[in-house]
Every structure is written in C-alpha cells, then in structure tokens.
Write a protein that binds this ligand. Sequence first.
Ligand SMILES: C[S@@+](CC[C@H](N)C(=O)[O-])C[C@H]1O[C@@H](n2cnc3c(N)ncnc32)[C@H](O)[C@@H]1O
Length: 222
Amino acid sequence: MRNCRNAVYKKLSMPNNYNGIAKIYDAVSRIVFQHSIIKAQVYLIQLITNNDKVLIVGGGTGWILEEISKLNKQNISVVYVEKSSAMIRLAKKRNYKNIKANFAEEAIEDYHPTEEFNVIITPFLFDNFLQDKIEIVFNKLDTFLKPNSIWLYADFVNDKQGKKIWQQILLKTMYLFFRITANIETHELVNMRPYFKEKYQLLSEQFYYSGFIQAVAYRKIK
Ligand SMILES: C[S@@+](CC[C@H](N)C(=O)[O-])C[C@H]1O[C@@H](n2cnc3c(N)ncnc32)[C@H](O)[C@@H]1O
C-alpha cells in the first residue's frame, strides 16, 4: 500500500507532467489565446512538402496531426514524441487518415530515432525546460535533422525589456498555472534565437497575440 502510494506520488511529482490537464488543455489554450497557438502552428506546417519525414515533439492532444492531414500532401510520415501518456491517448484518437503516424510515449531526452527527419516541429516545447535541458534537447534534435531540412519552432516571446507589462504578467501567471497543474520545471522563458543562430537560416516568421507568440521557420545550413 505504502509502495503504491509512493509510486503514485512519484508520478504526480514528475516534472512537466501534463497528464492531469490533458483533457482541458486545448480548451484553456483557446480561451486564453483565442486560437493564436493554432494559427502559429498552422502557418508553420504550410512548409511541409510531399514525402517529408516529420518529427513532432510535445505535440499535445494531437490536433496538429489533423491539420497536417488537411494539407493533403503525399506520403507524409510523422513520429510523434510526447511525454504525457494522456496526451498521446488523445492524439491517437485524432482523424489523420492520409498521414502515417508513429507514437513514442517518452521524453525527448530519452528518445532514440531509427531515422533522420526532413522536418522537426517543436510547438511550445522549449518553454517547459530549464536552460540545461534546453541545451541538451536542442543539440539532440539538431542531430536528428538532415542538412537543408527545416525546423518549425513556435513559442512565446519573452519581452525582456518589459515594454509590454501585460505580457510579463501573463507569462508569470502561465508559469504559476503550469507549476500547479503540471509541475513545470522552470519559471523562466529562455530566448531560443541564439541557439539557431550558428547553424540555421531564418526562412520566415510570423507573430500572433500582439507579438506574444512567435512562429519561426528555420533551415539547417550546416
Ligand atoms: C505547453 S504543451 C504544448 C502542447 C501543444 N504543442 C500545443 O501547442 O497545443 C507542452 C507539451 O510538451 C510535452 N512535453 C513536455 N516535456 C516533454 C519532453 N521532455 N519530451 C516530450 N514532450 C514533452 C507535454 O506533455 C505537453 O503535451
């Protein structure tokens, strides 16, 4: 009994555990961000072309699979790496008939692919991590991506100069909410641009929600 309780406690206290909020995640995100999170990712996936091998990390409930499916491209295969078992369960129920999807229920830190990818999508993933983990995950994902391929990155913008006070307040509120509901490990948004600077060329970018949400497409040049 005690072991069982310990196991449950350990699982609940696992960092970045979205299981408890998986069912309400999309509704909350849509109420707060008025579809900007979806628009940012729909903008990015337009860059997917026929025969692409796509890696999605932290895709959440899987609505992005339906959006990729709607593109009606030929021969798209997707590997969906998602740490939350509840998120994976929801994603598997999605209607993504014309793409081939394989699911890996694990943290990206532990994932070992058997192939390289033409497209990597990290939608609101890095905002979960402490700087040390960001470095590890970024470098790892970089090795999975073929040269000349694309990395589609969507996340929040940290207005470090504090020009937009409402953004600072919203960011703090979000981190508090996810600390309580998902035991998120960090409380600070790291600027990811320097990570891409050396090996990636900016292809296109778009901002949403008065500049608080960014969607950036990069091409790997080295
Ligand atoms: C903020 S949510 C974003 C969900 C979705 N991309 C969206 O935009 O609606 C972050 C997602 O990343 C997943 N996640 C967190 N850490 C992860 C890790 N280390 N490896 C894989 N997925 C992770 C969470 O389970 C969650 O589904």
